[in-house]
Every structure is written in C-alpha cells, then in structure tokens.
Design a protein. Structure first.
Length: 185
C-alpha cells in the first residue's frame, strides 16, 4: 500500500512539474481622431434658351458627386450648410437669387445619401427643393449624435429659376457656392 501511495505521489509530483505557466501579453493601439470635412464639386446647370417665359435650369439628377466625412471619433454629430452668391455674367448682369422668380434651390433625396464606410447615414433636411439664400446659409444635411461617423457619398440636385426678363449678357452666369461642415446636428 505504501508503494502505491509513493507511486501516486510521484505521479502527482511529475504532473505538477510538467504544468507550464501561461502568461498573458497585452496588445495596444493608439487611435487619433481625424477631421470633419465636406468635399463639394462644381455644380453644372443645364443651359436654357430665352423665349419670353420663365425658365428652369436644373442639374442632371445624381450628376453632383460630393462627399462628407466625420473621422473625429467623437460622436458629436454634424451638419452641412450651403449658401450662394447671385449669378453674375462678369459683364454687369446678374440673376438675383433673393427674388421670388429667380431662386436657386437644392434638393437632396435620402436615396442620394449613401454610406461609403461608417455607421448610420446623415439625414437630409432638403428632401424637397429648398431655397439657397444669397446671404447666410441653409442647413441641408445633418447627422445626429452618435451617427454620421464615417464617409458618405452625397448627390444633391439643383434648380435655378431664370425669369423671362433676364439679359443674355455674356451668356454665362456664375455663382460662388459655399458649403460648410459644422459640429452638431
């Protein structure tokens, strides 16, 4: 019996010696927040021929490929605003976008905002044609807190009302369009 007990103790001692200690290592990563940005592109409106009636000049649906990115990693939300100057032909003739018959408008359908990489996409506040002011700006897209983190493709549509009494002038009218990204929905 003693021999069996010594044998069992010897086996247990050998097992105890063969147990390998397992250690844990750690992995670390440093994450630095990026920026909030918008990348608009030039807006091209279709040409019109004056015929004595008011006309509409529109951009082709989906022709404007813009992007917005929130790489800050804060979850604070964000919004995009747009403003524009009057359309000017460079020779003294203008289309005053503050007038009711010559408004410049933006429309951003929900289907024209897509996630490139990120979480919940931002929401348009210009689902119908929305007037772009010639002074100040109007919000047209926003991401609520904890949404809009990532990169998003945006394809807004535009419309310019051209009154019947517009001068041909130089034939090409230009506006400066300002798009701004700001913190907060």
């Amino acid at each position: 019996m003693k021999t069996k007990l010594v044998g069992i103790l010897l086996v247990l001692a050998l097992l105890a010696l063969s147990v390998v200690a397992v250690g844990a290592e750690t992995g670390t990563v440093t994450i630095t927040g990026g920026t909030l940005s918008v990348t608009p592109a030039n807006v091209t409106l279709g040409g019109v021929t004056l015929d004595g009636t008011d006309k509409l000049s529109t951009s082709a649906s989906g022709a404007n490929s813009w992007s917005a990115a929130d790489a800050r990693g804060t979850g604070l939300g964000w919004n995009l605003t747009i403003g524009a100057t009057d359309f000017d032909d460079g020779a003294g003739k203008t289309i005053d976008i503050a007038q009711a018959d010559s408004e410049f408008k933006i429309q951003l359908l929900d289907t024209n905002v897509t996630v490139t990489a990120g979480n919940t996409k931002p929401v348009s506040s210009a689902a119908t044609l929305t007037v772009i002011p010639d002074t100040g700006s109007v919000k047209f897209l926003s991401a609520a807190t904890d949404t809009g983190m990532g990169t998003y493709a945006i394809a807004p549509n535009f419309e310019l009302e051209i009154p019947a009494e517009t001068y041909v002038g130089s034939g090409t009218y230009t506006s400066t369009i300002t798009v701004t990204a700001a913190t907060g929905p």
